[in-house]
Design a protein around this ligand. Structure first.
Ligand SMILES: CSC[C@H]1O[C@H](OP(=O)(O)O)[C@H](O)[C@@H]1O
Length: 371
């Protein structure tokens, strides 16, 4: 990715995942160290790559997919095999290992399968490596374009001066550039618009506190950090005109898996009559999941609840914890699903299928809303 001279926050962060100049390693901005420390990690081994995703050093559905694509290209260069068939077998094993790092964000398996398909279409190992190199860069650059298109459509849903509530982080750090839920806010800022963002801190890993408020405040976008249990009051006060959230997997009927707590925000928004929008690229839609019940929900280490961000444990070691990383928002609570092809409205089973038909036809989604 090009480094912009005097980059804006948006441009600066779009390089948070990239290949080294010689293409033999992946460099990521370690998101577990933000906002206090800006530290980069260089990933060369499958274990380092698996851990980086598992530990949320790189996170966010699109960003995970982009990173995994780069990861697989780097690992492909390390495969020693005599035949294309043996090469592909070893590559599939590496892809399966990376895919096992986190189950919910469909972009991870989507990106890895796309890389495997392009490799399988080649007839020599040299051609496989060239194709993998082109494909991982294409996945990254397409995500920039998708997030830009999502931002345009999302911006049509809000007006200058609006209050927006968001949950977790779906900005450039979770994607490539702009982001999904935060994309319209970055784009609006570029056009001189002003918004008042209320960012849920998003326990237990505090992506909203550590990442969203970092991205927005450094970009000069007004942001107020709140505890997750304050969302109801800020909505009741009339400070919120829309809720924008990202997504990790959208089922065929529109049920959406996103960071734990999202479904609660959607229920509150419905209670207060506030529109609730999911924003995400079509690479996050999984038509093979009929409903949200089919989406695997990642269960994470209970220590993230009791200890992770405290000088000392906040609960006795013997206390059981339940730590699902995501929940599913019922499609009936979603006002619209904003993709790079436009704003999908209910019934989502039909509108999401229309979007996929366009995508399959290779039509550009920019600039029109066919839905
Ligand atoms: C633009 S997708 C971002 C999505 O991913 C986050 O999960 P995590 O931080 O665990 O990777 C969260 O669900 C965001 O909405």
């Amino acid at each position: 990715m090009r480094k912009e001279a005097n980059p804006t926050m948006n441009e600066y962060l779009s390089d948070h995942v990239h290949l080294t100049d010689d293409g033999t390693a992946v460099v990521i901005l370690d998101q577990t160290q933000l906002p206090c420390r800006t530290e980069y990690l260089t990933l060369r081994t499958a274990q380092e790559m698996f851990d980086a995703i598992r530990l949320l050093q790189v996170r966010g559905a699109p960003a995970i997919g982009i990173c995994a694509a780069y990861d697989l290209y780097v690992l492909a260069q390390q495969v020693s095999s005599d035949t294309p068939e043996a090469f592909l077998t070893q590559l599939r094993q590496q892809a399966d290992y990376l895919a096992s790092s986190r189950p919910t964000a469909v972009n991870l398996s989507w990106a890895l399968n796309r890389m495997l398909d392009i490799a399988a279409a080649q007839t020599s190992i040299a051609d496989m490596l060239s194709a993998l190199h082109r494909e991982c860069i294409a996945i990254h650059e397409e995500d920039i374009a998708m997030c830009r298109a999502i931002s345009e459509y999302g911006l049509t849903l809000i007006k200058d001066g609006d209050g927006i509530l968001t949950h977790c982080n779906a900005g450039p750090l979770a994607t490539s550039r702009y982001g999904t839920a935060l994309g319209p806010l970055f784009l609006g800022k570029e056009r001189g618009m002003h918004f008042h963002v209320f960012s849920d801190e998003t326990r237990p890993l505090l992506q909203g506190a550590r990442l969203t408020s970092y991205e927005l405040s450094r970009a000069g976008i007004d942001v107020t950090l709140i505890c997750d249990n304050m969302a109801s009051l800020v909505m009741k006060n009339g400070w919120i005109q829309a809720c924008f959230v990202g997504c990790d997997r959208v089922a065929a009927n529109g049920d959406t898996a996103n960071k734990i707590g999202t479904s609660g925000v959607a229920i509150l928004a419905r209670h207060y009559g506030i529109p609730f929008y999911v924003l995400g690229p079509t690479s996050t839609i999984d038509l093979s999941c009929a409903t949200g019940a089919d989406i695997p929900i990642e269960q994470r280490d209970p220590e993230e609840i009791k200890q992770k961000f405290y000088a000392e444990p906040m609960a006795l070691p013997e206390v059981k914890c339940y730590n699902p990383a995501f929940d599913v928002t019922d499609q009936s609570l979603i006002s619209g699903i904003v993709t790079e092809y436009g704003i999908c409205r209910a019934p989502y089973t039909e509108s999401l299928r229309t979007v996929f038909a366009q995508k399959t036809a290779g039509q550009s989604g920019e600039g029109r809303n066919p839905l």
